[in-house]
Design a protein around this ligand. Structure first.
Ligand SMILES: CC(C)(COP(=O)(O)OP(=O)(O)OC[C@H]1O[C@@H](n2cnc3c(N)ncnc32)[C@H](O)[C@@H]1OP(=O)(O)O)[C@@H](O)C(=O)NCCC(=O)NCCS
Length: 154
């Protein structure tokens, strides 16, 4: 069953608290969650999901903090948020994802890249992420891989 069409809009300061809460709950990177960088999906006035383009000091942009609330998943909302974030962007956008989500982001135009192709700020993050993933793999006793990906505007 397809859900109602979500309304995609820029986030406002009123969304900040929910963004923090859902990012924490989802186990994603809780740093740099400034509402100004987010877009939000609403269904019937309820927050269904969000995502951001996180700016880094070296000027690079990372697609990050993509969360769709459990009851709204697998209805195309995450893809719509990603497309809204990419619309009108020029140049490269990077992301890190668990390897199971690589095909999902590939459908949205991202390609896996070797870590050597990451800009400096993201290369540092990637090194940290690898250590965190090793820890998470040891705790959960399942191999969790992390993949850097890049989207380039046409
Ligand atoms: C990943 C996430 C944002 C996808 O949002 P969504 O609105 O359900 O995505 P869409 O409806 O656009 O696309 C659904 C597709 O995503 C892929 N997908 C979603 N969750 C997946 C998972 N856990 N494992 C593998 N593929 C997955 C599948 O290809 C799925 O298609 P299918 O339903 O035909 O199998 C959502 O599951 C979520 O919030 N997860 C928790 C937070 C998270 O992991 N964020 C990503 C950080 S990189």
């Amino acid at each position: 069953m397809r859900a109602m069409q979500p309304r995609i809009r820029p986030a406002t300061v009123n969304d900040q608290r929910a963004i923090w809460a859902w990012v924490w709950r989802s186990g994603l990177n809780p740093l740099n969650l400034n509402w100004r960088n987010f877009v939000v999906a609403e269904v019937e006035g309820q927050l269904a999901g969000f995502g951001q383009l996180r700016p880094h000091r070296d000027g690079s942009l990372e697609l990050a903090s993509l969360v769709v609330r459990p009851g709204y998943r697998r209805q195309g909302i995450g893809s719509r948020i990603v497309r809204a974030l990419l619309a009108g962007q020029q140049g490269s956008i990077y992301l890190f994802c668990e390897s199971k989500l690589q095909p999902y982001y590939a459908r949205l135009g991202f390609q896996p890249i070797p870590p050597a192709m990451l800009p400096p700020a993201l290369a540092r993050m990637h090194r940290m992420a690898i250590w965190l993933m090793r820890l998470a793999s040891a705790i959960s006793r399942r191999e969790i891989g992390i993949v850097p990906m890049r989207w380039v505007s046409q």
